[in-house]
Design a protein around this ligand. Sequence first.
Ligand SMILES: Cc1cc2nc3c(=O)[nH]c(=O)nc-3n(C[C@H](O)[C@H](O)[C@H](O)COP(=O)(O)OP(=O)(O)OC[C@H]3O[C@@H](n4cnc5c(N)ncnc54)[C@H](O)[C@@H]3O)c2cc1C
Length: 412
Amino acid sequence: MTRTIVIGAGIVGLSCAYYLAQAGKTVVIVDPTPEGDKASFGNAAGLAVTECVPAGVPGLLFNMPKLLLDPLGPLFLKPTHVRSMLPWLIEFQRSSSKKRVLEIAPALAALNDRTYADFAPILRDLEYEQHVHNKGCLVLYNDESSFEKDRFSWDLKAQHGVRFERLNSGEVRELEPDIGPRKQFGVLEPDWSHISSPKQLMDRFLNWAKDQNIEFIRETAVTLERTQDRASVQLGNGDLLEGECVVVAAGAWSKSLAASIGDKCLLESERGYNTTFRTPGISLTRELLFAEEMFAVTPIVEGLRVGGAAEFAGLKTPPNFERSHALAKLASKMLPDLQTDNGDQWMGHRSATPDSLPVIGQSPKTPCVHYAFGHGHLGLTQGPTTGRLIADLVLQREPVIDPKPYGIDRFA
Ligand SMILES: Cc1cc2nc3c(=O)[nH]c(=O)nc-3n(C[C@H](O)[C@H](O)[C@H](O)COP(=O)(O)OP(=O)(O)OC[C@H]3O[C@@H](n4cnc5c(N)ncnc54)[C@H](O)[C@@H]3O)c2cc1C
């Protein structure tokens, strides 16, 4: 069997399929619900190429108790879930040390720096180029002193070549007149972009794959089989699917597939929420990030998308849409003319590693298995480069970037 099996039809799986197909591989995609509503369909639409600072930074653990006090605040750990995620939390703490953060940032920057180059051929083939809006991102602070508290992160970004410009209150409103008086200081990151609609992009990507005669198998991959020169996937319907290579790109659901061939990784679902207001009554030009409150607002074709939250409650707990309400309430305070009727709520699972680095590369145990998951907040941004890198590794070409920092063996 010379086909390559890709498990998962999110932005990461489709990007892998794209670059493998471009290299002449016959690709089969396994996904029970390819036209789904997972993270790739409902995210905040940002090509967040400036985000080279991991979630865990020195000092964050000190602030965590305060963040956890509000049950509808930006961070929530479901009490009954904490025990099972203890190893992840311990590794998160270890990864938040200054030494580790200084190692992680260049690895994130290496992926982000390739985003536009590796997205370009995909956007061209999907005829979606005109839907990338190079308007930058505006990060908003209460005042300059709150910006200074984030100095470590901004200095780190500057060290990695991220461009940004500080803006006073008047300059912020010149760019975005609908921002209310609470935010008196801003930082513009001009290299960030947003797309018109993650769902539109995914729909076009799926159509492109079908036009290329890429076969879709609408089944769940249950386990991988361990062989040296052949890859096998046990499907939910009992069939055994064989190929020359398997790429695991099942987002937050990837951990058990890796475990089935003995590859350990630390992966949690970091659940995010948003509401898309169809008739917001205000208009924004670019994505806004509210730094203290930790949420984002993006103008997309479906309306104004208000989202954020990091809820750790596992894959099976039903959504708590009170979180979307809380975010909408916050947004109304920051954008006083926002009309919050006609909102569509959504929850999605980010696949989160404790060091904010994705897992990309070959299985140390089974060479014909490759991993492509764990992109956390940056899967839309880093998906295409992940696809390119996976194709390089499968084809044993010179990799476009050094894959070492992303290897699953870091969890061994
Ligand atoms: C609220 C929110 C806002 C975000 N904003 C941004 C942003 O602005 N910019 C950015 O870059 N990123 C953002 N992200 C992150 C980004 O959406 C994700 O990192 C990205 O979509 C992950 O893509 P994926 O293909 O790995 O996973 P997913 O989109 O989750 O897709 C995984 C696929 O695998 C399938 N699958 C699962 N298990 C199996 C199995 N056993 N067998 C077969 N198939 C399986 C699922 O059906 C699904 O189709 C955001 C995420 C959230 C939740």
